[in-house]
Design a protein around this ligand. Structure first.
Ligand code: AMP
Length: 183
């Protein structure tokens, strides 16, 4: 089983749920930049204040800020491996991640792309009810995904790392498909 992983996919594809299950069963460090940013916002830190307005609009927080969060959490981790969920979100972040991983000698083993059609995504997100899950912000987040994150599909598939999984249906069924592509 591969142990240094990225999860790519549009908002609402189920990255967070699947990442959590996989990390529990395989003892991987789960790093969700969205979760870590929401913790910063809740704590009222300076970093959280900087991120909050951007997140509520459905745009991307600055690369510099998310990179420092990822770096702080990855360095010194002594679990078996890690799963980055929701990071990188654009090519600049992917290139910066490469520099960091080269430095700590921990190359990526696999990138899982969770695929789901727009209608299903919007229905799932509307049902979830987070502050950035209203229809206008959802559409903006999908737009940001198309413009900034989709280029990463080619970026990682050119490196032979990409594994696509259709994220329809039962949570447990999708978990099995993910385990299969990573075995
Ligand atoms: P998520 O929980 O992954 O959907 O992230 C929620 C929000 O946090 C996003 O809409 C962005 O505003 C911000 N965010 C999460 N990850 C990143 C990232 N890698 N780069 C920039 N912003 C991010």
């Amino acid at each position: 089983m591969k142990k240094r992983l990225l999860f790519l996919g549009p908002p609402g594809a189920g990255k967070g749920t699947q990442a959590e299950m996989l990390c529990k069963s395989h003892d991987l460090l789960h790093l969700s930049t969205g979760d870590l940013l929401r913790e910063e916002v809740a704590s009222g830190s300076a970093l959280g204040l900087e991120a909050a307005a951007v997140m509520e609009r459905g745009e991307l927080v600055s690369d510099h800020l998310v990179l420092s969060i990822v770096e702080n959490n990855l360095i010194g981790n002594n679990q078996k491996g890690w799963l980055l969920d929701g990071f990188p979100r654009n090519v600049v972040q992917a290139k910066a991640l490469k520099v960091l991983l080269d430095k700590i000698k921990q190359p990526i083993d696999g990138v899982v792309l969770l695929e789901l059609d727009d209608e299903s995504l919007i229905q799932r997100l509307l049902g979830r009810g987070r502050i950035d899950d209203n229809e206008e912000v959802i559409r903006r987040r999908l737009g940001v995904y198309r413009e900034q994150t989709i280029p990463l599909i080619n970026y990682y598939s050119n490196q032979g790392l990409l594994k696509s999984v259709k994220a329809h249906g039962e949570i447990n069924h999708i978990a099995i498909l993910i385990a299969e592509v990573l075995s």
